[in-house]
Design a protein around this ligand. Structure first.
Ligand code: CA
Length: 223
């Protein structure tokens, strides 16, 4: 999973980042709330660990802003990390939409267990969401987003995009794509794949799917 850690204390941040990486998570540390919101909009992490006491924008305001973002960012699993023992601040965090909270100082193993529990409860499971650049495709719900905006795909457009996203960087030939898109016995028109690619590009951006002349197509990972 890709975890965003929002924490102004570099000592804690380094320890948490190391613990996350030891569990094979990709951790990204951001020290301020405003930068965290930008990061969430651009890199779509799978979960956020959010310190409440941040300079400038407070953690509670960061959390409230996340919950007003377009889907799927508004549903991001968020665990608040707080040194504030007062019941009110924990309740405020939960009321603002936190999925769980953990009090400082905490054991790394407890943090990791809570993170696993929240993601399991809330999903989307990392393996069910295919991503490349600004695109995300949920293979369970079949929802697609581009730049955080929902994109409605036809059944075949979905199958085409899923085929490309399942093999990031690979060039898929017309024949390979036809096999993914059509049942045996279906006789697609000779330009059916091109037509679908064209329709898909209109929805997700012309530069998202790259044509490799004579070979096929691939998803542009930086798109
Ligand atoms: Ca702090």
């Amino acid at each position: 999973m890709q975890i965003l850690l929002v924490e102004d204390d570099p000592f804690i941040a380094r320890a948490v980042t190391a613990a996350l990486e030891s569990e094979a998570h990709a951790a990204r540390w951001i020290p301020t709330g405003r930068e965290a919101l930008t990061e969430i909009r651009t890199s779509r992490p799978d979960a956020v660990l959010l310190d409440l006491g941040l300079p400038g924008m407070d953690g509670i305001d960061v959390l409230r802003t996340i919950r007003t973002m377009p889907s799927p960012s508004c549903d991001l699993p968020v665990i608040i990390v707080t040194a504030r023992e007062a019941l009110e601040s924990r309740l405020e965090g939960l009321d603002a939409g936190a999925d769980d909270y953990i009090l400082k100082p905490f054991h790394m193993s407890e943090l990791l267990a809570r993170l696993r529990a929240v993601v399991r409860r809330k999903g989307p499971l990392a393996g069910d969401v295919l991503r490349a650049g600004r695109l995300s495709l949920n293979t369970v719900t079949h929802t697609c987003t581009s730049d955080g905006q929902a994109v409605t795909l036809s059944k075949r457009e979905y199958a085409l995009l899923a085929a490309l996203l399942q093999r990031p960087g690979a060039i898929l030939s017309r024949r390979q794509l036809e096999e993914k898109l059509y049942s045996p016995g279906d006789e697609p028109e000779s330009n059916a794949v091109e037509y679908l690619i064209h329709a898909l590009r209109r929805k997700i951006g012309a530069d998202a799917v790259e044509n490799i002349r004579g070979l096929g197509w691939r998803i542009r990972e930086s798109a």
